[in-house]
Design a binder for this molecule. Structure first.
Ligand code: ATP
Ligand SMILES: Cc1cn([C@H]2C[C@H](O)[C@@H](COP(=O)(O)O)O2)c(=O)[nH]c1=O
Length: 218
């Protein structure tokens, strides 16, 4: 699997505001002449979308939940993400493995060592120890209380969105821990600001990382 494309993920607790910026991100890269593959996890292929339905709606234990999100991810990488990166495309993915460490690991209290093993199996690349990882992760950091207010009444809550604020405090801490462990990859976005201000943060972070300035910098 080549890494000549640009793999960019968006992460954060439910309601942090990630999805609100996907259209603009896609347009930004297209304006640079890039081909953009926009996708999400769990999901992104017919099989993975079926698994998503189960994960978001059915009660299950944390190991089952983890196995299903990684099974969905495996299919997603094999069918969509890997081929797109090999073509040199920009892959814009709404959530990836950081969500598993944040939700199943920190949120549910599941064993991070098991998650790391699954990550190696699923994201291991042929002939080496290197894992397929996003090049840049935009982490939308928002207090769980504000996220809950934003989501209230916006839509019927799924299994995760219906969790109490304490769950999201743990998930938020999980993201903060992931970000400090991989500061080069993570860009913290202050998601408490207005949509316009959030967008300016995103654009300026991408420019600072050199992925927007002229030509193919991915
Ligand atoms: N900066 C902002 N200020 C106020 N409200 C916002 C802001 N950004 C998004 N919203 C609103 O908050 C709600 C959640 O936004 P959005 O769906 O983009 O979040 P998300 O992180 O993608 O959530 P999820 O992961 O649960 O799908 C929406 O109603 C959206 O209109
Ligand atoms: C990838 C992934 C996701 N989740 C959770 C996080 C969210 O609550 C939902 C996805 O919903 P969204 O509206 O598309 O954000 O799934 C998870 O628990 N584990 C994961 O690995």
């Amino acid at each position: 699997m080549s890494d000549q494309g640009l793999f960019l993920t968006l992460e954060g607790i439910d309601g942090a505001g990630k999805s609100s910026h996907l259209d603009a991100l896609e347009a930004l890269f297209k304006a640079q002449g890039r081909t953009v593959v926009r996708t999400r996890e769990p999901g992104g292929t017919p099989l993975a979308e079926t698994l998503r339905g189960l994960v978001l709606e059915k009660p299950m234990d944390p190991l089952t939940e983890s196995l299903l999100v990684f099974a969905a991810r495996r299919d997603h990488i094999a069918q969509v993400i890997g081929p797109a990166l090999a073509r040199g495309d920009v892959v814009l993915c709404d959530r990836f493995t950081d969500a598993t460490f944040a939700y199943q690991g920190a949120g549910r209290g599941f064993d991070n060592a098991v998650l790391s093993t699954l990550e190696q199996w699923v994201q291991g690349q042929a002939g080496g120890t290197k894992l397929l990882q996003p090049r840049i992760t935009l982490w939308f950091d928002l207090a769980p209380e504000i996220a809950a207010q934003r989501l209230a009444g916006a839509r019927v809550p799924d299994k995760f969105e219906a969790q109490p604020v304490e769950f999201f405090r743990r998930v938020a801490q999980g993201y903060a821990d992931r970000a400090s462990a991989d500061a080069q990859r993570f860009v913290r976005i202050d998601a408490s600001q207005t949509r316009d201000q959030v967008w300016l943060q995103i654009e300026s972070a991408l420019r600072a990382r050199g992925v927007l300035a002229g030509g193919r910098a991915g």
